[in-house]
Design a protein around this ligand. Structure first.
Ligand code: AMP
Ligand code: TRP
Length: 329
């Protein structure tokens, strides 16, 4: 069993995660548990680049942990932990920053987007964020990293940094590969389907939160922006309906052409109703589990303590090796 490959990924506790996060990432994390050894974590250190509210961060971190468990991540088979509990992440990030060029970080589109969005707080952490993400991945020698398409550029940079380090100091890091789902790698906003669905969007009608009650879900899909035409057909010119087709395909486990066939004589209104229904039906059991798990603070504490202990063992051994290679005494 130990020769199974290792999958690793993280999610920021910047909000209750959305249907986009679920379809693009967390759903893959869950499926990968069958085939891979898995390490998943809550990237609280990353969220410090945008969140400056102590109580908000604290409560969200626990809620996201409970939600990941409710989504079906197993702590028996996997390691699930909170990033800041494993100090090696910050330490390796520093080493990797010294192997990363200013120009490389400046090219990151997420940095450009977030600097525009948070003009009053373009901090150095936001700029160096991809080196912390590289540390997260390289500490565990991950084989695959399940992510949505927006993180692909960060993963490419991780590969560049790892290769550069290996060339300079000798074989140290495994070069990770991204795992990006074929359907749903970028779920779009319901109010502006040319924009990614994001949990930090000011307009709450633009995203489905994993904790939205069924009526809210039905309402948000009903109001979702679609195109003027009335054919339920997937196409680049019709991002609104294509987004809904993708969501339906994901939850019904049927292909996009099969969705088109199934709804070929239906109206947009009927289709939106069907999408709302399938999403609400799939989220309800997760929400029930979430409410039960969140009440059990002892259990949550125990999960993250155990996870951090297991993660630290692996991470500290990689860090020790790195420190030797670079010449720290
Ligand atoms: P974040 O919310 O930025 O921490 O993202 C966590 C994971 O969800 C990452 O792998 C992202 O690529 C993925 N993700 C975020 N938003 C979306 C979206 N709208 N569609 C698909 N995947 C997404
Ligand atoms: N940067 C990722 C995001 O915003 C979250 C993340 C942090 C991550 N570290 C990671 C994802 C390591 C994969 C692997 O979505």
């Amino acid at each position: 069993m130990e020769n199974r490959k290792l999958a690793l990924s993280g999610i920021q506790p910047t909000g209750i995660f959305t249907l986009g996060n679920y379809i693009g990432a967390v759903g893959s994390w869950k499926k990968m548990q069958q085939e891979y050894r898995c390490i998943y974590f809550i990237a609280d250190m990353h969220s410090l680049t945008t969140i400056r509210n102590k109580e908000y961060l604290k409560s969200l971190t626990l809620k996201v942990l409970a939600l990941l468990l409710a989504c079906g991540l197993s702590v028996k088979q996997n390691i699930l932990f909170i990033q800041s509990h494993v100090h090696a992440h910050a330490e390796l990030a520093w080493v990797l920053q010294c192997s990363t060029q200013f120009g490389e970080l400046k090219r990151m589109t997420q940095f450009k987007d977030k600097s525009l969005k948070h003009k009053d707080n373009i901090n150095a952490g936001l700029f160096c964020y991809p080196t912390l993400m590289a540390a997260d991945i390289l500490l565990y020698n991950a084989d695959v990293v399940p992510i949505g398409i927006d993180q692909k550029q960060h993963l490419e940079l991780t590969k560049t940094i790892a290769t550069r380090f290996n060339n300079m100091y000798g074989e140290t890091f495994k070069i990770p590969q991204p795992y990006i789902p074929k359907v749903g790698a970028k779920i779009m906003s319901l109010s502006n389907p040319t924009k990614k669905m994001s949990k930090s969007d000011e307009n709450s009608n633009s995203f489905i939160s994993m904790l939205d009650p069924p009526e809210t879900i039905m309402n948000k899909f009903k109001r979702a922006i679609t195109d003027s035409d009335s054919n339920i057909k997937f196409s680049a010119e019709k991002p609104g309906i294509s987004n809904l087709i993708t969501i339906y395909s994901y939850f019904s486990n049927i292909s996009i052409p099969e969705v088109e066939e199934k709804f070929k004589n239906k109206s947009y209104k009927d289709f939106k109703f069907a999408v709302g229904e399938i999403v609400a039906n799939n989220l309800s059991p997760i929400q029930e589990k979430y409410n039960a798990i969140l009440k059990d603070e002892c259990y949550l504490k125990c999960v993250c303590e155990e996870g951090a202990e297991k993660a630290a063992q692996i991470a500290n051994s990689t860090l020790k090796n790195v420190y030797e290679k670079i010449g720290f005494i």
